[in-house]
Design a protein around this ligand. Structure first.
Ligand SMILES: [Zn+2]
Length: 431
């Protein structure tokens, strides 16, 4: 059964566009073929189906979250998108009978041809022999020795033939002594349940996106704000709802492997209040090459971090990797420089307005108090870490908490595949 959830019905929006400058940081998994090195290992089917195992039944919260994660990958402006989901009764390389129809379908991969990154086709590169069951499977495992999630890829002559994405039924964190601390996945987008915001659960969707990007050929990235690092601290935010997404740099990585999509509607701008954290010490074993992220902050006009900062319960900010909302202590009328990440996740470079607001809650809308308007050139290259100076009203109430918000494309001048990720916020507490 093919599920149409993932099918992208892209409206055709014709416009002139400029290809982005090449200034990226992503990492591509490569292999060697015929003496040529650094060939990207890639999916040759531009619209592959994926198989969900019995641990991801139709209609389950796992199913809903995973299809939404795959849909997020489908929004990327690369010439690759998942076509649909096929259900099986079991899913591991040892379990084949339930997938007989699927195997015969994928057997034809023997005749798939290898499309090089420059778009030319190597018809000599037929797959001479195959391993695994040749299905692209997603499933949960209760193997107590496995990591939180991983992706296995088998490729022949640099053609990926079997990609399996496996999630641990019981994810865990690691304490200071190296012991596993079991926790649960959350399949929701609620910030309060997310580990990133000091909640109790590990968000599933960002991890599912991260693993799916491994499947498609991306490796870990440590130099930039990127979902191929710590994935659940790479999210958009809209009020108390997080927005899992691929992000600008990983999107550019997929474009580098697969070329650009023929669907011109694949445009998306975004803002986040997470950015890459420079701290590299203390990373868990095996995660040293992950970019780690932390909440964006507020600086003064001398570029000094405002360190006088409290959380919702008025305890001091810890400036840790994971942290609840922070409220930076500011004065009425003060000029401050809030940090935001602004991204172009889409096909075109654009000139877009960014508006800054003062809000009494963390849902930032154009009905909030406008503080400043800026026009920015937003290219799809590296995420932009922006420090815009904004001056606070002198009428603020001492002792009160507010939010500084930013909205990109506030008037919806651009048609985007995702319109919910255009704002973000940082808290302030008026002295
Ligand atoms: Zn990974």
């Amino acid at each position: 059964m093919i599920n149409n959830y993932l099918r992208l019905l892209a409206a055709m929006v014709l416009s002139t566009f400029v290809l982005p400058q090449q200034a990226f940081a992503f990492t591509v998994s490569t292999c060697t073929y015929d003496g040529s090195t650094n060939i990207p290992a890639m999916e040759t089917n531009r619209n592959p189906d994926v198989y969900f195992g019995a641990t991801i039944p139709s209609g389950s919260s796992q199913f809903t979250a995973l299809t939404q994660a795959l849909s997020a990958v489908n929004r990327v402006p690369a010439n690759i998108s998942f076509r649909g989901v096929i259900f099986g009764t079991g899913a591991s390389d040892a379990v084949a009978p339930a997938f007989d129809a699927g195997i015969s379908r994928f057997w034809s991969m023997e005749y798939y041809i290898y499309r090089k990154p420059d778009g030319t086709v190597d018809t000599s590169r037929r797959i001479p022999s195959m391993t695994g069951n040749f299905l692209n499977e997603f499933y949960f495992s209760n193997d107590p020795t496995m990591d939180n999630a991983h992706t296995t890829t088998s490729y022949v002559n640099c053609v990926l033939v079997d990609k399996d994405v496996i999630f641990n039924t019981t994810p865990y964190s690691v304490d200071a002594n190296g012991n596993r601390m079991p926790m649960s996945w959350t399949y929701s987008d609620s910030a309060s349940s997310s580990l990133a915001y000091e909640g109790a659960s590990r968000p599933f969707k960002p991890t599912a996106i991260h693993e799916t990007l491994h499947y498609l050929g991306l490796g870990h990235e440590q130099d930039i704000y990127n979902i191929m690092g710590t994935d659940f601290t790479h999210v958009g935010i809209n009020g108390s709802t997080t927005i899992p997404y691929v992000g600008e740099d990983a999107a550019s990585g997929l474009v580098s492997i697969y070329g650009t999509t023929p669907y011109t509607a694949k445009q998306d701008l975004g803002i986040s209040h997470w950015y890459r954290w420079n701290q590299t010490s203390g990373a868990p074993s095996g995660e040293e090459n992950y970019s780690r992220h932390t909440r964006t902050r507020i600086y003064d006009t001398s570029n000094n971090l405002i360190t006088d900062c409290v959380k919702t319960d008025n305890s001091a900010c810890k400036f840790n990797e994971y942290e609840k909302d922070q409220f930076f202590k500011v004065s009425k009328g003060q000029t401050i420089r809030p940090q935001f990440i602004i991204e172009n996740n889409g096909l075109w470079n654009v000139q877009a307005p960014v508006y800054y607001y003062l809000s009494t809650d963390n849902v930032i809308t154009t009905a909030d108090t406008l503080l400043k308007t800026v026009n920015r050139t937003i290219s799809r290259d590296a995420p932009d870490l922006v420090y815009e100076s904004v001056t606070l009203p002198s009428t603020l109430v001492s002792g009160q908490k507010y939010y500084i918000g930013a909205i990109v494309d506030p008037n919806n001048s651009f048609t985007e595949l995702l319109e919910t990720n255009n704002s973000a916020y940082i808290g302030i507490h008026v002295k």
